[in-house]
Structures are given as structure tokens and as C-alpha cells.
Design a protein around this ligand. Structure first.
Ligand code: PYC
Length: 325
């Protein structure tokens, strides 16, 4: 029997899991992080599926492949992926990564550069797992988009970039509470389909693959959200890129002053604190949240395991070209 092994550290950020691949992943060559991201996306889908989906993970998991950075001053490069494909950036995942590096003794307190396919960000963590990241530049792309959503009726929302593309709306007439997650998932899924049908995209025709619904937060909190991720799972955290997109919209509409703190709560109650400042027509957003390591070890892939490349309940991938072997 041949066993392939992949070294990992698992964490969660505000309840949302991240699995960092330390070693044992595919060789993506020596191109830029963006080029390596494309190679990973196009040739190593089975590896992605095997690492984050069942039987080793599940729909909510985000993986992060630790890579050599482009920038020699950066502490790491990272390629994020989820249950159905690759992500440009991931806020909760970056917090998981920086806490993982601290846990492994590879960094101390302070601020570090990290290369992602969406751009270079900075991140730091204290000894209690409290992480602050400064995201890629964010912006509101379209405002007050009116959509007619089957089963929901007319809704209005914005399209914004926070490292991923989001449609953001407060006008959904649904209760944002954990007991309503199934209904919220259906509503957000219907909104995503309606955007596609109406031909509404992000910049350069990008697919708007994350949907963010807002409601009232607990006392002292500005808002609670529900974020539907591209593979149908909901974000347990307030979503770093989604909350950044929200702050960009708030600042652009004058509802939040530059530098003012916005407390964004997730559907399960975890909180990120954010603030943004203008820079060249875009908004630079800082996000603070808490990440904790939950596991460390090796994933094992036996060559006689019929499910060694994982089970995807969202996308049945019959392609055998890119195996994990
Ligand atoms: O925190 O940016 C985020 C994120 C994206 C998808 C899941 N979490």
C-alpha cells in the first residue's frame, strides 16, 4: 500500500474553520503567486477536494496552501480554496494562517506581509489569538441595484469587492438568526441566481459568488450578517472579505466615517471589528478578530481508498486528470 501524507494545522476564526497545508501539497512551480493560483485551480482540483471536503473536511472548510511569497519581505504566500474551487482572498483564513504561524513559532507579535493572488496584505497576531489584518483595497462597484427575486420579491442592494465579490442587502425581509439558517441559505441562493439571470456582474464580468444579508446585531454591535459562500455553505464568521466590502459601501455612502469602528457580528454571534480609510478612490480596511488552533497533524491518502480524492456534495467532479497521487 502507498500512503501519501500532507502536513496540516487546523484552526477556526470566529467559528469558521481553516486548514493550512504546511507541506505535502503540489509543486506549482516558481511563477508569481497569481500564476501558481491559476495552476492550482486548473490542475489540482482533486487535491483541493481531498483536503477540504469529506471524509477529511466538510462544506464549511477553507484550505490555505502555504507558498513561497513573491515579495522577499513577506513572511508567506497563500492560496485559499473552498469546497468548490479557489478563492482570491480570505479574511478569516488569513487570521487562521497568522495564528498558525504564531502557534508554530515561525513569527512573533508584530505585523507581517502576506502575498495572496488578490494582492499583498499585512497581518499580525497577539499571544491570545487576536489577529488584525489589513486587507487588499476594497470598493463599492454598483449601488442600489434593484432585483426581482422569485419567492422574495423586489430587493435592493450593492455590489462590492472586499477581496472576493459580494452582493450586499439589508432589504430581504428575513430574520437574521441562527434558527433561520436554512431559509437564509435559500434566499441568498435565490438572490445569486437572480443576479446571474439579470446579467449583473462584478468588474470585468466577474461572477458575484458571495451573498451577504444584514440585520440587527446584539447590544453594542452595529450589525449581524449572514454570508452565503460560493459552495453553498454559510460563513460561521462575519466573513473578513464580506465585512470589508460592507465597510467600503458604508464609507462610500457616507454612513461610516473613515477611521470609525464598525462591529460586525456573524450569524453564530462571533464579532469582527473593522475600520477603513480612503486611499486613491478605494478603501483600505483593517479587520480584527480571534483565531484559535484546533488541530495539527497529517492527512493520509491511501492509494486503494476509492474516496482518497474526497467527496464533493456540491460539485460532482468526475475528472480524474488531476489526482492527489
Ligand atoms: O473571511 O473572507 C472571509 C471568507 C471568505 C469565504 C469564507 N470566509
Amino acid at each position: 500500500m502507498i500512503y501519501k501524507r500532507v502536513q496540516i494545522v487546523d484552526s477556526h476564526t470566529g467559528g469558521e474553520p481553516t486548514r493550512i497545508i504546511l507541506s505535502g501539497g503540489p509543486d506549482l512551480g516558481s511563477g508569481s503567486i497569481y500564476d501558481r493560483w491559476k495552476i492550482f485551480r486548473d490542475r489540482y482540483d482533486n487535491f483541493r477536494n481531498a483536503v477540504v471536503n469529506e471524509p477529511r473536511g466538510g462544506d464549511a472548510w477553507v484550505g490555505g496552501l502555504l507558498c513561497t511569497p513573491d515579495d522577499p519581505d513577506a513572511v508567506a504566500g497563500v492560496i485559499f480554496f473552498n469546497n468548490i474551487g479557489v478563492l482570491s482572498m480570505c479574511g478569516h483564513g488569513t487570521m487562521g494562517l497568522i495564528e498558525t504561524l504564531r502557534y508554530l513559532g515561525r513569527i512573533d507579535s508584530g505585523s507581517y506581509k502576506i502575498d495572496t493572488p488578490a494582492g499583498t496584505i499585512s497581518a499580525g497576531v497577539d499571544k491570545n489569538g487576536r489577529c488584525t489584518i489589513t486587507n487588499v483595497p476594497c470598493f463599492r462597484y454598483l449601488s442600489d441595484i434593484r432585483l426581482n427575486v422569485p419567492g422574495l420579491g423586489p430587493i435592493t442592494g450593492d455590489v462590492a469587492w472586499g477581496g472576493n465579490w459580494f452582493f450586499l442587502t439589508e432589504e430581504h425581509r428575513q430574520e437574521i438568526s441562527p434558527s433561520n439558517i436554512d431559509v437564509l441559505s435559500d434566499c441568498a441562493g435565490a438572490i445569486r441566481k437572480s443576479l446571474d439571470k439579470a446579467g449583473i456582474y462584478g468588474k470585468d464580468g466577474a461572477l458575484i459568488d458571495h451573498i451577504e444579508l444584514f440585520g440587527q446585531g446584539d447590544d453594542g454591535i452595529d450589525s449581524r450578517n449572514f454570508v452565503l459562500c460560493p459552495g453553498g455553505a454559510y460563513d460561521r464568521s462575519p466573513c473578513g472579505t464580506g465585512s470589508s466590502a460592507k465597510v467600503a459601501c458604508l464609507i462610500d455612502s457616507g454612513k461610516l466615517k473613515p477611521g470609525e469602528v464598525w462591529r460586525q457580528q456573524s450569524i453564530i454571534g462571533s464579532v469582527f471589528e473593522l475600520s477603513g480609510i480612503w486611499d486613491n478612490g478605494e478603501v483600505i480596511v483593517s479587520i480584527t478578530g480571534e483565531a484559535h488552533v484546533t488541530g495539527e497533524g497529517e492527512l493520509v491518502f491511501a492509494d486503494n481508498d476509492p474516496f482518497r480524492s474526497g467527496i464533493s456534495t456540491q460539485k460532482i467532479n468526475l475528472e480524474t486528470r488531476h489526482s492527489t497521487d
